[in-house]
Ligand binder design. Structure first.
Ligand SMILES: Cc1cc2nc3c(=O)[nH]c(=O)nc-3n(C[C@H](O)[C@H](O)[C@H](O)COP(=O)(O)OP(=O)(O)OC[C@H]3O[C@@H](n4cnc5c(N)ncnc54)[C@H](O)[C@@H]3O)c2cc1C
Length: 489
């Protein structure tokens, strides 16, 4: 270990104690990747602060020693956001789990970043309130991670993504300076620039949020959940488009394919989905009772006109929970298919869903990979999942190549390379499919305002401008990605 590192670890251990400053290799093993397991690198150390003041102290020390770091929530990210790309220290928010303030009248809460998404809803349930953004990982993932990824979830079709629910945050910048973005009144009423909006989705590269103020939503008067099963994916996608075209705004519109249904029904997430269906469409309607009943009738009619094989309507909380258990447990159920799972995250216009899914199936066959699909159909947000054995290097290569081609297909269909999982380290080679060198230059300039030395979560979101080797090489990189067959720069 370099003498300067030894001095840093000595100072961190003195400040945080050995239980909150981990340096032993066996303690660091769990931090070598997030939910994107293709990239792995163990950090130098992990520090577990408990409040803003401790985050400031840790970041100041790291800044003084010129050592890179990254913030980490629950590590459920699916694009490598919380995985080191170079030797660095992780600041884990696992001990920052306090709900600091709830104001039921104003419908806001201020929380520490390590508060688990679902725990916030549990905390405010007695007030008839909930926190609307609901990633399928909501029983584990943190509000800090959600803010950094601008996370979505099944109910974001109606209620919007994380950015629509975050009003402000206390943020420790990469040099240890503490700033307050936005506030309880929201960013815009405070005047100035909407820095909260800018921070949201910055994937841990702008600093560490230590207190986050969010909007709470009133529980709907009534909720109806329907599960329609279809003979073909085309019919399921058609029913989804018909529902939106009819002017209905369901809280959620989710589709699962046959292979996913099979994996769920064989797992602990069994939900009673019909085994003979080629696809199921899960529709949730909420609002005033009279409106949801009328909307449910219309959804039934639209699904029947697409030849639905069966439609189950759940009114009781138990039946609704059962239907959602399958959807929310879908990624977990994939564990039955192989040891590893690559969860892709592309977006296409809703009208292009079925064509794109057919192309994706062909790509799966071309690369001989095991593909399943479960997705936020209302948003056109696809999640093709590839089950594979990460110990097999040749299979892993095929998986990565198939992933690249799938995201290329999404962009070609007028969509994008991510709907909610972010770029992280996973998609650095994909950003040039969407952005020009000029676009990237502007983004880099914005990031350098927050993170001028590039030591906060290096190697993420934007191609490695700060790692020297690629400085000024974006035009070549964009050309290489757009024309992979062309000469390498
Ligand atoms: C089974 C499963 C289902 C999922 N379903 C969804 C879904 O429906 N919708 C969706 O959007 N995502 C989903 N995800 C992805 C993931 O859960 C989200 O991206 C989530 O927001 C990550 O939260 P986390 O606490 O695990 O963050 P981490 O993975 O620990 O970190 C994610 C990023 O946030 C940064 N970060 C963490 N805390 C802070 C902080 N306090 N300040 C600044 N930056 C910070 C990290 O540096 C990293 O870049 C799913 C993942 C899994 C495994």
């Amino acid at each position: 270990m370099l003498p300067s590192m030894e001095a840093l670890f000595g100072e961190l251990t003195r400040r945080f104690g050995p239980k909150r400053c981990l340096t032993q290799p066996e303690s660091l093993l769990a931090y070598e990747c997030d939910g994107f397991t293709i990239h792995r690198q163990r950090p130098l150390a992990v520090v577990l602060p408990e409040d803003t003041e401790e985050v400031v102290a840790a970041v100041r020390l790291l800044h003084a020693h010129r050592v890179a770091f990254l913030p980490r929530g629950a590590g459920t990210g699916l694009s490598g956001g919380a995985t080191p790309t170079e030797p660095l220290v992780i600041l884990d928010t696992a001990r920052m789990k306090r709900v600091l303030r709830v104001d039921p009248e104003e419908r806001i809460a201020t929380v520490q970043p390590g508060v688990v998404n679902l725990d916030l809803t549990r905390h405010v349930r007695a007030h008839g309130l909930h926190y609307a953004p609901d990633p399928s990982s909501q029983s584990v993932c943190t509000i800090g991670g959600n803010l950094a990824e601008n996370s979505g979830g099944p109910h974001c079709f109606k209620y919007g993504m994380t950015t629509d629910h975050v009003l402000g945050a206390k943020v420790v910048l990469p040099d240890g300076t503490l700033v307050e973005l936005g506030g309880p009144a929201g960013a815009r009423p405070c005047g100035g620039l909407d820095l909260t909006g800018l921070f949201c989705g910055s994937e841990g590269t702008f600093g560490i949020a230590t207190e986050i103020t969010v909007r709470l939503s009133p529980d709907p008067e009534s909720t109806v959940t329907l599960l329609a099963s279809f003979r073909s994916m085309r019919d399921a996608c058609g029913a989804c488009s018909d529902i939106v075209a009819a002017g209905l705004v369901p809280a959620a519109l989710e589709i699962l394919d046959k292979a996913t249904i099979g994996a769920i029904e064989a797992s602990v997430y069994r939900a009673g989905y019909p085994a003979d269906a080629a696809a199921v469409l899960l529709v949730e309607l909420d609002g005033p009772a009279a409106a949801t009943e009328a909307d449910a009738e219309e959804v039934l009619m639209l699904c029947r006109s697409r030849d639905a094989i069966a439609i189950e309507t759940a009114h009781s909380p138990e039946d609704r929970l059962r239907l959602w258990k399958g959807r929310k447990g879908a990624f977990g159920a994939m564990g039955r298919l192989s040891t590893d799972l690559y969860v892709l995250d592309g977006v296409v216009p809703r009208t292009r869903l079925i064509d794109t899914l057919e192309t994706i199936t062909a790509i799966g066959a071309k690369y001989r990979v095991t593909l399943t699909n479960v997705f936020h159909a209302g948003d056109g947000n696809l999640h093709p999942n590839i089950a594979y054995d990460g110990r097999d290097a040749e299979e892993t290569q095929r998986v990565v190549a198939a992933g690249m081609e799938i995201l290329r297909t999404c962009v070609a269909a007028g969509g994008s390379i991510t709907g909610e999982h972010g770029i992280g380290s996973e998609k650095l080679d994909h950003v040039a499919l969407m952005f020009t060198a000029e676009d990237l230059e502007v983004m880099e300039r914005v990031r350098s305002v927050f993170n001028p030395d590039g030591r906060c979560n290096p190697g993420k979101v934007l191609p490695t401008r700060n790692s020297c080797a690629e400085v000024g090489r974006w035009p070549e990189m964009v050309a290489r990605v757009l024309d992979p067959g062309g000469p390498s720069p």
